[in-house]
Design a protein around this ligand. Structure first.
Ligand SMILES: Cc1ncc(C[n+]2csc(CCOP(=O)(O)OP(=O)(O)O)c2C)c(N)n1
Ligand SMILES: [Mg+2]
Length: 383
């Protein structure tokens, strides 16, 4: 689903620098279209799917934060305020594409079909966890959905994504591309610059997406870079650069679809900056009130909220009835609670697997440890 009409808008006619400095938008904050005709390709079913995808992340994240506060999971990083960037880009991906996420894109995996049970099992690190509890929470993966596990090291996603795309090109894979995500902080790392250079030179089929949420833990965007925009950095490497309102799910879908189609037909890489805001804390280990003015956050939480914008749009079109958002949210919450109950009742991975998956013949000191009585499981975990 792509609104080719949207590409006729003046933004796409701009020269390379104008696009990298501009801000593509299809829906204003109050939910009214910037250009009615440009929305012609987005029908009711698709618009609702995008909205439901965003709501699913919002509701799931809220439950996960509550679980962490109750001591039932150890750690969580949410995507509050960034759901449009996550879902709009996910919806532009195709099953054969590969996804290399950074910190806030678990919702991309979910949108592509990772089950909630698998996601939550990976957060609990239980026996149903595909990684057997050996990853940090919030580092999910799903090989069947081409959703690669996130590396914790900021910006390593960029060389990983460009490398995958280069391999796809060398192997002659046609009609697929790789999405690589990063944060604004990630663009200050050497990995970012090296990879952009490789992407430009090799014309790899890659879509590099920076979610500029204006914070990198406690470092604000104002001191992250002296560059006029983040997008414009792509031009120095010969990579087409686009910049869009990351809280406008239609605009995100449009720019990412444009870049993905271009990559899939062999016309090379695109670097996209999506302007958004990290409404919540960096993670459950962070307290942003210590370092930023939360009255600014409040504006992003309310008037600039991406779900609110889409809800206003859907209401105006008559595509979402009164009370339907609440009903949908409650249905999702029930599903999440059911998954939590199932995953909490699932035992931990067998502790022997820690050793036996590594050694064919464990050495004597590990055999001794294996024979010891296991300690009590942490609270909230079944035996
Ligand atoms: C190489 C590296 N340096 C530092 C860290 C610690 N760290 C984790 S997330 C983060 C900030 C990331 O900010 P950004 O890239 O903007 O992503 P966001 O958290 O805003 O999504 C830092 C400094 C790390 N994980 N890896
Ligand atoms: Mg950031």
């Amino acid at each position: 689903m792509v609104s080719a009409k949207a590409r006729t808008m003046s933004y796409f006619d701009g020269d390379a620098e104008t696009k990298a400095r501009g801000l593509f938008q299809l829906l204003r904050e109050d939910g009214t279209p910037v250009d009615e005709a440009a929305l012609a390709g987005f029908d009711r079913a698709f618009a609702r799917r995008l909205f439901e995808g965003m709501l699913r992340i919002r509701v799931t994240d809220a439950r996960m934060i509550a679980l962490q506060r109750q001591g039932r999971i150890s750690f969580y990083g949410e995507a509050m305020g960034q759901e449009a960037a996550v879902v709009g880009s996910a919806a532009a991906s195709k099953p054969d594409d590969w996804i290399v996420p950074a910190l806030r894109e678990a919702g991309v995996g979910l949108f592509r079909g990772m089950t909630l049970d698998s996601y939550i099992a990976q957060i609990y690190g239980n026996a149903a966890d595909i990684s057997k509890g050996r990853q940090m929470p919030c580092h999910p993966c799903d090989a069947d959905r081409h959703y690669v596990v996130m590396s914790s090291c900021v910006s390593t996603q960029v060389p990983h994504a460009v490398g995958i795309a280069m391999a796809m090109k060398i192997k002659g894979d046609k009609g697929a591309c790789c999405f690589g995500y990063m944060g604004d902080g990630g663009t200050s790392e050497g990995d970012f610059h090296v990879s952009l250079n490789f992407a430009g030179v090799t014309k790899a089929p890659v879509v590099l997406i920076c979610q500029n949420n204006q914070w990198a833990i406690s470092t604000p965007g104002t001191i992250q870079t002296a560059s006029e925009t983040i997008a414009i950095k792509g031009l120095g490497y010969g990579v087409e650069a686009l910049r869009a309102d990351g809280n406008d799910v239609f605009a995100v879908h449009e720019v990412v679809s444009y870049a993905a189609e271009k990559a899939r037909r062999g016309d090379g890489p695109t670097f996209i900056e999506l302007l958004t805001y990290r409404v919540s804390a960096h993670s459950t280990s962070d307290d942003p009130s210590r370092y930023r003015d939360e009255s600014v956050t409040e504006v992003w939480r309310s008037q600039k909220d991406p779900l609110r914008r889409m809800e206003l749009f859907l209401n105006k079109r008559g595509w979402l009835a009164a009370g339907e958002r609440e009903a949908l949210a409650s249905e999702i919450e029930h599903q999440v609670r059911d998954c939590i109950a199932r995953q909490e009742a699932t035992p931990l991975p067998p502790r022997e697997s820690l050793i036996e998956d590594v050694y064919e013949t464990p050495p004597w000191h590990l055999r001794e440890q294996l024979a010891q009585t296991p300690p009590a499981p942490p609270p909230g975990h079944a035996k």
